[in-house]
Write a protein that binds this ligand. Structure first.
Ligand code: ZN
Length: 404
């Protein structure tokens, strides 16, 4: 029955309520058993049964729930630093994609890489994310774009889930772009996703099914067909929408009952209201907006109509080549108009809801995993404002202190 004591301020980030409400508790303590939180409260009220417990001290520092990165493309081959240079010279994402770069470039490198190599690389990324306080990560396929290629990526995630302390949630993103083999037969590729990829992914390899709806990717009607197949196999919908143009993605997300809709730089007021009404989580990916020089997603407007906003990295080798979630949170404040407290809840409780893990993690509450981060900062405001390379002093996953 270990206990974490001397917490200067505990940010509990409980489910529900306003996103700005992070449920601060001063001079707090947290106890757990077998990795699950059993007691939270003011340290002065710690029950006698914990008197002889193994004690960890936060030394008066702030403590937050383990961070949840609810949108990454964790396993991929190669990098695209050459495209970074092209974009810095003024080329657009769409121009690079039309010339055979972009997602298709990573597809070629990923197809050429073995499962071992992909797992080794993604495992190293996960280790660094954990150092930053990220204890749960959603990971998408989407760079194989063949039946075997997509299954290979999902198998990499299953292997990592078995060995990494970080909790992984996997998503089938067979509908990232149409691969070259199906250039003249989009319908054939959609059918392959529905009839082969979805049933295979549903055998314990993925929890969600995602579609990139955009010019140059998939249409709303194709997404509807894929989600119908996904639903029949228990895969919940997620969407990449309204990133480069307004594709009425907010309305589509509400219509299909998506767990989340992500990007949303161009979502209309009507789309925002529909998402709020349907309880779809809006996910902002400010690193991608920054790298592609998109107008920032209007998180403030989403929050004002009652739609919760999660913050994630979109870690991928093209548009968001960083897994630094705290940096994305700082950008959510400077670019998306969120407060530091809203960004914190967006990368914990709200992010957990975006990946269906709200009963497991994302808050410091009895019954949830003891995923905790001690911050080297005066407060959450100070942490996200000062933006040091890594402010995580100590990270606990399921009650185990990482790094000795
Ligand atoms: Zn993405």
């Amino acid at each position: 029955m270990p206990v974490l004591v001397d917490i200067g301020c505990l940010y509990r980030c409980l489910d529900g309520g306003k996103q700005s409400d992070v449920h601060m508790l001063e001079n707090a303590a947290v106890a757990w058993e077998d990795g699950i939180i059993t007691w939270v409260g003011p340290q002065a009220g710690l029950p006698a049964q914990y008197a002889g417990a193994l004690q960890h001290s936060a030394g008066g520092s702030p403590v937050i729930p383990g961070l949840v990165d609810c949108h990454t493309h964790l396993a991929f081959g190669g990098w695209r630093a050459d495209e970074f240079e092209l974009r810095s010279r003024g080329a657009t994402y769409q121009e690079i994609a039309r010339a055979g770069g972009g997602i298709r470039s990573t597809m070629r490198a990923t197809r050429a890489a073995g499962e071992e190599e992909l797992a080794g690389r993604a495992g190293r990324f996960l280790g660094r994310m954990l150092d930053l306080g990220v204890t749960t990560v959603e990971a998408k396929s989407g760079y194989g774009l063949t039946f075997d290629g997509e299954l290979k990526l999902l198998s990499v995630y299953r292997r990592l889930a078995e060995v990494s302390p970080v909790q992984l949630v996997s998503t089938l993103l067979g509908a990232h772009v149409v691969p070259p083999e199906f250039e003249g037969d989009r319908g054939g590729y959609v059918t392959m996703i529905c009839e082969r990829m979805v049933p295979a992914a549903a055998q314990g390899l993925a929890s969600f099914c995602d579609v990139f709806v955009e010019d140059g990717a998939f249409t709303a009607d194709e997404a509807r067909v894929i989600f119908e197949a996904g639903r029949a196999y228990g895969l919940r919908p997620k969407l990449h929408v309204d990133q480069l143009t307004d594709g009425a993605g907010g309305l589509l997300a509400a219509e299909v009952g998506a767990a989340s809709a992500d990007h949303l730089e161009y979502t209309s007021a009507e789309g925002m209201a529909a998402m709020a009404e349907a309880g779809v989580v809006a996910v902002t990916l400010p690193i991608a907006s920054l790298y592609l020089r998109q107008p920032p997603m209007r998180a403030r407007a989403f929050l004002d109509v009652g739609c919760d906003v999660a913050v994630a990295t979109d870690f991928n080798p093209g548009s968001a080549p960083s897994y630094h979630l705290p940096w994305a949170m700082t950008l959510a404040c400077t670019m998306n108009g969120m407060t530091p407290h809203e960004a914190l809840k967006g990368a914990t409780a709200v992010a957990a809801r975006a990946i269906g893990m709200e009963s497991v993690c994302g808050s410091v509450a009895v019954g949830k995993r003891a995923d905790l981060v001690i911050l080297e900062a005066e407060s959450v405001n100070h942490w996200l404002y000062h933006a040091v390379p890594n402010a995580a002093q100590a990270v606990f996953v399921g009650g185990i202190r990482m790094g000795g």
